[in-house]
Structure formats: structure tokens, C-alpha cells
Design a protein around this ligand. Structure first.
Ligand SMILES: Nc1ncnc2c1ncn2[C@@H]1O[C@H](COP(=O)(O)OP(=O)(O)O)[C@@H](O)[C@H]1O
Ligand SMILES: [Mg+2]
Length: 255
């Protein structure tokens, strides 16, 4: 059984068909990409899968559970984490607190435990702090634990967002244009970190990405959408030379 199974997903916004009949299976330890011109419907796919939008039609199963109608935090608790095309960090919290808060998503204590500050809660809190610091170290962010994200360079903010997604202990990580706005040194760091996460945690990764360097060096399979429709599937090499894809991108200068 695939980890993520999407069938016939369609999303309309008023008169606009943002996504039409989108289907994909993602297995454990897959690393796949979703590409397509701006406005093609890529982020819409992630918003549907992670519970931010409810589709007009179609079905989604994740880790054996139908997820339609589940709120985003319930989907996260099943083991799916995401990053956003525009960074969404809590800028008034330290880097460490950003990671710690995410860690609570995967925690087994009740609201009552937290209010009463039971021993169980205190133990959990300590363990989250330790694990959060570990994640920061692993992502080469340890020295920034007490900084505020807004004071960090953009590339590091992106990395904090990645670390925060990891803190929820995902089985599947959704990355929405992780390389957007990065310079070429940052892009190389990003590729290294994504590959490391993939190897170390043996999770599945699904990324939306424009930069061919990132996609070519990381993804095993690509899907291409244009105007909400799936126009191609294949290996990065096949996709790069596919005339339908090249045509969709004409004038976009990204391939
Ligand atoms: N919440 C929304 N309400 C109305 N239209 C939306 C909404 N979200 C996305 N769209 C529209 O759906 C289309 C696909 O958007 P999106 O999925 O963000 O594209 P991509 O990520 O591929 O650039 C666009 O035309 C966009 O304007
Ligand atoms: Mg998008």
C-alpha cells in the first residue's frame, strides 16, 4: 500500500479550475517532484493534501487513513509535515522555540497534563527541548538556537523552516519551492540537507521546485502540471527533453 494515495483530485475556485483529476501514489522512501509554470496548481495540491483546502472532488489516503475533511493539525499528527512557498515562521519566538512548538504536535500528553504541569508533562517538555536542540545541531543551526528568525539571513530562515517540519517526526515531508529566493551557495546547502534528511530518516519527500538543479540532483520521478492538468510524468531526464513540457515552459526560462 502506498504511503500517500491521491485519486482524481479536482479543485475549483468559483469559475476557475485550479486542479483537474490529479492522481499520484507516493511510496515509503520516495523522493519525487512536482513542477509546472506559475499558477499551474502546484501549491493547491499541497494545500489539499495537508488539509488546508477541501477538494471539489477526489480522494486522499495517507498512511492508510482517508484524510478528506481532516484539519491540518490532524494530518500533521498522522505524519505529514510541510514547508511553505513564503516562509511562515513565528518571528517573535526564538529559533529553538519555533522547533519546540512543532515538537508538541507529535506529543502524547493531554491538555489537562499541561494545565496541571504533571510529571509526565514536565518529562515530555524536557525531552522535546533535548530533541529540538538535536535537530538544530543536525541541521547545522545549533549556534542560532537563541536567535530570532527575522534576524537570520534568508537561507537560514528557510533551513529553520525545514528543521521545524522535521520536528513533527514526519513520514512524508512536503516542500513548496524550498530553493525559492536562495543564492547558489544556499541552494547547494539545501540540496545537501534534503539528501541528508532523506537518507538519515528514510522518510518520503515530495517537493515543488522550479530550479532544475535541485530537482535533477534529488528527485527520482517528476510530475508536470500546467493549467491544473497533469501533462507529463517521468524521470528528470525524460522530463527535460519532453516536448510537451518544454512547450508549457516556453518563455518561462526555467528548464
Ligand atoms: N484560495 C484560492 N482562491 C482562489 N483562487 C486560488 C486560491 N488558491 C489558488 N488559487 C488559484 O489557483 C491557481 C493555481 O494556484 P497555485 O496552486 O498557487 O499555483 P502554483 O503553486 O502552481 O503557482 C491560480 O490561478 C491561483 O490564482
Ligand atoms: Mg505555488
Amino acid at each position: 500500500m502506498p504511503l500517500l494515495e491521491i485519486n482524481g483530485l479536482t479543485q475549483r475556485f468559483g469559475g476557475l479550475q485550479a486542479l483537474a483529476d490529479f492522481s499520484i501514489d507516493i511510496d515509503e522512501h520516495d523522493l519525487v517532484g512536482l513542477i509546472g509554470p506559475n499558477g499551474a496548481g502546484k501549491t493547491t495540491v499541497f494545500n489539499l493534501v495537508s488539509g488546508f483546502y477541501r477538494p471539489t472532488s477526489g480522494s486522499i489516503r495517507f498512511a492508510g487513513t482517508p484524510t478528506l475533511g481532516l484539519k491540518p493539525h490532524r494530518v500533521t499528527a498522522l505524519g505529514m509535515a510541510r514547508t511553505f512557498q513564503n516562509i511562515r515562521l513565528w518571528h517573535d519566538l526564538t529559533v529553538l522555540d519555533n522547533i519546540r512548538l512543532a515538537g508538541y504536535c507529535s506529543l502524547g500528553y493531554s491538555f489537562l497534563d499541561a494545565v496541571l504541569r504533571t510529571k509526565r508533562y514536565k518529562d515530555a517538555e524536557q525531552s522535546i527541548r533535548t530533541k529540538s536542540l538535536e535537530i538544530l545541531e543536525m541541521m547545522e543551526l545549533g549556534e542560532f538556537a537563541q536567535e530570532y528568525p527575522k534576524n537570520l539571513p534568508y537561507g537560514l530562515q528557510r533551513r529553520v523552516e525545514l528543521a521545524r517540519a522535521l520536528a513533527t517526526k514526519p513520514k512524508l515531508l512536503l516542500l513548496d519551492e524550498p530553493a525559492a529566493g536562495l543564492n547558489s551557495v544556499d541552494v547547494d546547502d539545501l540540496i545537501r540537507h534534503i539528501r541528508w534528511i532523506y537518507d538519515e530518516f528514510r522518510i518520503s519527500i515530495w517537493m515543488i521546485e522550479h530550479q532544475m538543479k535541485v530537482v535533477m540532483s534529488l528527485c527520482q520521478h517528476l510530475m508536470v502540471v500546467d493549467f491544473g492538468r497533469t501533462i507529463a510524468k517521468g524521470t528528470p531526464l525524460e522530463i527535460q527533453s519532453n516536448p510537451v513540457v518544454i512547450n508549457a515552459y516556453l518563455g518561462d526560462d526555467v528548464l
